[in-house]
Ligand binder design. Structure first.
Ligand SMILES: *Cc1c(COP(=O)(O)O)cnc(C)c1O
Length: 393
């Protein structure tokens, strides 16, 4: 038995059985590459599912984290700390939002948004506190977030869920309009549905959603957990839509792999939270927020955003070439470095074969393969990935 098999067996024995994993044990990474414990190299187009924004072993991120642990890892939100305030200031500087709440994951950021909507309804004396989200959406695994998630497969066996959260078809303005009323206090949308299959929202639709939310004084929340932090070519995807929501949830790439979540809100929405209304022990701790500062500075001030646009265009070009060659690819879509191809066959066997040949990919829904590489990916690495995928197809 080699190391890999032993480790996999030990994992099966001791780790709770909630994931269906590939039989690969990864050990280290550098840039857009990772290595397994047998020394086999992979080009990483998963990046921890859109998390490792600066890739692996990024010198500046390593330096920031190493230095920060010698000062403070964590104190408490009973006190002010510079990294937390610096990250909040960068996020408000580069977006339309005024205030940031820090937590530790995407689900928690959405949980914060759900609470904010209901607190907003309470503050405004609205006649109800209904929240509307989209079918095929994904918002996380906590009870509120899983109720908001518009996919039955994730909710099976978990009922009763939270009351007064409803789902309507995505990109369908009349469906939303017929469900909205004075009782609505929040609408949740992903600018590109990630887990649901890399499905972009129509920008004209988003404008009409904004109008409906204004009409009924409901908060418009964009779940940017996956689309945020430079992933689509702007710091947040909403910045390309012509629509400013009342709040966005952020997580995944925000601290380059250190757990973090954030809710960014306008003053109008943030006013619904008063001291004591919401909290998180770990939220905004020095380790995570110092990492976040480095990630945001690299993206905004050191050319990473430009790389996303350039390599995103190149990836689209290459995927379209594959589509012209392989009839099994029926669609190429997405923005920046969040791309998907839809196949006419299940994605899982193709993903497995790519892993065997040294390319990490992740599915999104049954027939879609997702491409969410580190934002520092280079042309040669895209070529490498495309050539492996080409040979597998
Ligand atoms: C990943 C994801 C979440 C959940 O984030 P966790 O950190 O796993 O809780 C929520 N919303 C979207 C759009 C996501 O992609």
């Amino acid at each position: 038995m080699n190391n890999m098999n032993e480790l996999v067996a030990l994992g099966e024995k001791n780790v709770m059985n909630t994931y269906s994993r590939f039989p690969v044990a990864l050990e280290k990474g550098d840039g857009a590459y990772v290595w397994d414990i047998n020394g086999k190299k992979y080009v990483d187009f998963v990046a921890g599912i859109a998390v490792n924004a600066l890739g692996h072993n990024h010198p500046k991120l390593v330096k920031t984290i190493s230095e920060q642990v010698t000062k403070l890892i964590h104190v408490s939100n009973l006190y002010y700390t510079a990294p937390q305030i610096e990250l909040a200031s960068l996020l408000t500087k580069y977006t339309d939002f005024d205030k940031v709440f820090f937590c530790n994951s995407g689900a928690e950021a959405n949980e914060s948004a759900l609470k904010l909507c209901r607190k907003y309804a309470d503050m405004k004396g609205k006649p109800g506190a209904e929240i509307i989200t989209m079918l095929k959406s994904f918002h996380g695994r906590t009870y509120g977030a899983i109720t908001a998630t518009g996919q039955e497969k994730y909710q099976k066996g978990l009922t009763p869920l939270l009351p007064d959260i409803f789902h309507v078809p995505f990109n369908d303005i009349s469906a939303l309009e017929s469900k909205m009323s004075e009782k609505t206090c929040g609408v949740f949308i992903e600018v590109i549905q990630g887990e649901g299959g890399v499905i972009p929202a129509d920008f004209e639709y988003l404008k009409k959603v904004r109008e409906l939310c204004d009409k009924y004084d409901a908060l418009l929340i964009f779940d940017e957990v996956q689309t945020g932090v430079g992933r689509t070519g702007t710091l947040y995807a909403y910045q390309q839509t012509g629509v400013v929501p009342d709040a966005i949830s952020s997580a995944k790439g925000l601290a380059g792999g250190v757990p973090i979540g954030a809710l960014l809100a306008t003053d109008k929405a943030a006013a619904a939270f008063k001291p004591g209304d919401h909290a998180s022990t770990f939220g905004g701790n020095s380790l995570a927020t110092s990492a976040g500062v480095t990630v945001i500075k690299e993206i905004m001030e050191n050319g990473v955003l430009e790389n996303v646009k350039k390599q995103g265009d190149y990836l689209t070009e290459k995927l379209n070439e594959l589509k012209a060659k392989h009839s099994s690819i029926v669609d190429v879509r997405g923005l920046g470095l969040m791309k998907g191809i839809e196949l006419d066959t299940p994605a899982a066997p193709i993903v497995s074969s790519c892993i065997e040949k040294g390319l990490l990919l992740v599915g999104a829904g049954e027939k879609v393969i997702r491409f969410v590489p580190p934002l520092i990916i280079e042309k040669e690495q895209i070529d490498e990935a495309i050539s492996i995928l080409d040979s597998v197809l």
